[in-house]
Design a protein around this ligand. Structure first.
Ligand SMILES: [Ca+2]
Length: 389
């Protein structure tokens, strides 16, 4: 018997068994019993760089990569993000000044992680074990010059489980109030709210929410540095009006946007046209100076649930993104590009459902309030909305 014949007979005898083993492994993987990545060694690859070492610690919420610049000239890293496909999990390192990495040199890049999809901080297990994360990097050859993009992936056995919960994480969330019967802040910054009259425990969008009477109910979440922004920020919430009476109703405000707004920092509110507006001021001079953006009139003239996000961007190099309001995941209303500047450092606390007085008191239910310490992109807002809707 020739060697070729022997090989064919061998295959005939064992081929079926091999196929069956593959089918069983495939089925186990499909039903989640088996993680296919458990059999593959950890690895990390990123175009434009050599990924020398890498780790992901879910308990502290940090992804650490040691990147070597294999090019013959220095590069300047502006952004590095680590994501998990379909899970809205994002670790992000941003360096406005851009991190220089000389030719042949290595650099340690630590990205802060958070979960953007509305899953609760403190949940455990969802991201534990070995998984494949996508990597993307933006860098230039000179500081501030043309940006290049590199992509790659990282197969890593994450340490710990759960998500951002430690105090030292200066990630994205500055405040996260699930409003499950109380005003506890889940961002890690301890911006726990004081409930004034509101009925927390009523049916919310997700679990419970807080009901406000339109008269004097509100929640005061304080004025900690984590709620004061010199650059950009994003404010988000779900809300449901009890009735449609055209007037101004605050959703989340820091200061007073009514005239004169001597202490206005930012306010996301239902306006008298039954739309949603975002107002931001850079001064506290009482001259009614602020930037604003609104959805079209009548956009929320109903008593159904809506998700709203207000985004403000100030960039010292130019007011790049301005401000925007997103209703149910979609940008709504004109984007104002002449934003005034850094957000006024108002002495007022952040109130949910009212402005100081109290006035502009919301009439209905508010739930899942988030404040993020940077301006989110349209894509990120969409991601969050899709994850929560
Ligand atoms: Ca809730």
């Amino acid at each position: 018997m020739s060697r070729a014949q022997a090989a064919v007979e061998h295959l005939m005898s064992y081929g079926f068994a091999i196929v069956m083993v593959l089918v069983v492994l495939g089925a186990l993987s499909y039903f989640g019993v088996l993680n296919v990545y458990d059999f593959v060694p950890e690895k990390c690859a990123l175009s434009g760089f050599e990924c020398e070492d890498f780790s992901l610690d879910l308990s502290s919420g940090k992804a650490t990569l040691v990147l070597r610049n294999s090019a013959s000239e220095a590069v300047y890293i502006k952004l590095l993000s680590v994501g998990l496909a379909g899970r809205n999990f994002l670790c992000r390192f941003v360096s406005p000044q851009q991190l220089r990495v000389g030719a042949g040199e290595s650099v340690v890049v630590v990205s802060n992680c958070t979960r953007l999809d509305g899953s609760y901080l403190g949940d455990t297990g969802a991201f534990s074990g070995k998984r494949k994360y996508s990597l993307s990097v933006e860098y230039s050859r000179r500081p501030g010059s043309l940006l290049h993009e590199g992509v790659g992936d990282m197969l890593v056995n994450a340490q710990g489980s759960g998500n951002v919960s430690s105090d030292d994480v200066t990630g994205l969330l500055s405040g996260f109030w699930r409003l499950e019967g109380n005003a506890t802040d889940y961002s890690g910054f301890h911006n726990d709210g004081v409930v004034a009259g509101a009925a927390c425990g009523v049916q919310g969008w997700r679990g419970s929410g807080c009901g406000f009477d339109g008269v004097n109910d509100f929640i005061d979440v304080g004025n900690s540095p984590s709620l004061r922004f010199s650059q950009g920020f994003t404010v988000m919430a779900w809300f449901k009006r009890s009735n449609v009476v055209p007037s101004s109703y605050s959703i989340v405000s820091k200061g007073t946007p009514s005239n004169p707004p001597v202490d206005l920092a930012y306010s996301l509110f239902i306006d008298a046209n039954d739309g949603v507006s975002l107002r931001v001021s850079d001064v506290g001079n009482g001259l009614n100076q602020f930037s604003a953006v609104s959805t079209p009139s009548g956009a929320v003239a109903d008593t159904g649930w809506h998700h709203v996000a207000g985004v403000y961007t100030y960039n010292s190099a130019g007011n790049v993104n301005g401000m925007a309001v997103y209703l149910d995941g979609v940008q709504s209303g004109a984007l104002v590009t002449n934003s005034r500047g850094p957000v006024f450092d108002s002495p007022s606390p952040v109130l949910i459902a009212a402005i100081p007085g109290p006035s502009w008191v919301f009439n209905g239910v508010i739930d899942e309030v988030k404040i993020v310490n940077r301006s989110l992109s349209a894509e990120e807002i969409r991601l969050i909305y899709d994850g929560e809707k």
